[in-house]
Unconditional design. Structure first.
Length: 285
């Protein structure tokens, strides 16, 4: 709503929505049209431009996003969680608090139905193709490692220029997992389009709100959405949220065959890592 190019008459409505926020909850389209000197068709046209089925769908999404933003207010700025005046321990505490809040925030966005869709897709797939960029690829490495330990086939695609071929050549019984904070990364959107054409089910981990990648996905998990795209010290909040969701996915897949996977993990570790020992009572087997 804040960035889309609208006509002058449409912009009057947008300005009203941004100013009134939750006050529009009980207003009808006729009332909003009257106060903004527009028409009902203008409201519907705005919704269509933002890729919603109609005005009520846009209104519901807007109010839900306002609810989320109000609940996620924190005294710690995710973009600049510490200042140059903070002591070492102050920095340590603020980063810990930010990561805790980011995980709790992300958990509040997870629903049983969304998680069930993700697990069902992975359970039916012979392999998982992961698409991401930059540091999101690094976060995905641990997920790939964990999944391989329970004999799940995971491929991380990172070679620029090849990711489109990887998407096109994905086997019909595989699935894809895409990690994209904005959901508007050009190369990843092209990958999502190719996957949709090939009928490869796509799971997307992304921020709150509508975006191009989410619209092409079979299942979506929403991230804590606190960081700006560029103006920040690091991706502390996003990394914590992504890592949390990937751990949740791994754990839910693990639980599908819990006893077998526990036995497999223990047997493999005892056979391969038998040179490890410890004097600690906590660590000793």
């Amino acid at each position: 709503m804040e960035t889309h190019p609208f006509t002058n008459s449409e912009q009057q409505v947008i300005d009203y929505l941004l100013a009134q926020q939750r006050n529009i909850k009980n207003q009808t389209t006729a009332e909003i049209a009257e106060v903004t000197y527009s028409s009902k068709s203008t409201l519907v046209r705005i919704a269509k431009k933002l890729n919603y089925s109609g005005w009520m769908a846009l209104k519901e999404a807007y109010l839900n996003e306002l609810d989320y933003l109000e609940k996620s207010i924190s005294c710690i700025d995710a973009n600049y969680p510490f200042s140059k005046r903070d002591s070492l321990m102050s920095i340590a505490n603020k980063i810990a608090q930010l990561e805790i809040e980011s995980i709790e925030d992300t958990l509040s966005l997870v629903t049983h139905d969304d998680l069930r869709k993700v697990v069902d897709i992975i359970a039916k797939s012979s392999s998982i193709h992961i698409f991401a960029t930059s540091n999101n690829l690094l976060v995905a490495q641990e997920f790939s490692h964990q999944m391989s330990r329970i004999q799940k086939d995971v491929h991380i695609h990172s070679l620029q220029g090849e990711i489109w071929f990887n998407a096109y050549l994905a086997k019909p019984d595989s699935c894809a997992l895409m990690i994209t904070y904005s959901g508007e990364t050009g190369s990843l959107n092209q990958v999502a389009e190719i996957l949709a054409e090939q009928e490869i089910p796509l799971i997307t981990i992304t921020s709150l709100g509508e975006n191009s990648t989410a619209r092409l996905s079979k299942a979506i998990l929403r991230l804590c959405t606190r960081e700006k795209l560029y103006s920040k010290i690091s991706t502390y909040s996003t990394d914590a949220a992504i890592n949390y969701l990937l751990n949740v996915i791994y754990s839910c897949v693990f639980a599908l065959d819990y006893d077998k996977n526990v036995a497999l993990k223990i047997a493999a570790s005892r056979r391969i890592e038998n040179d490890r020992c410890s004097d600690s009572d906590i660590l000793r087997e």
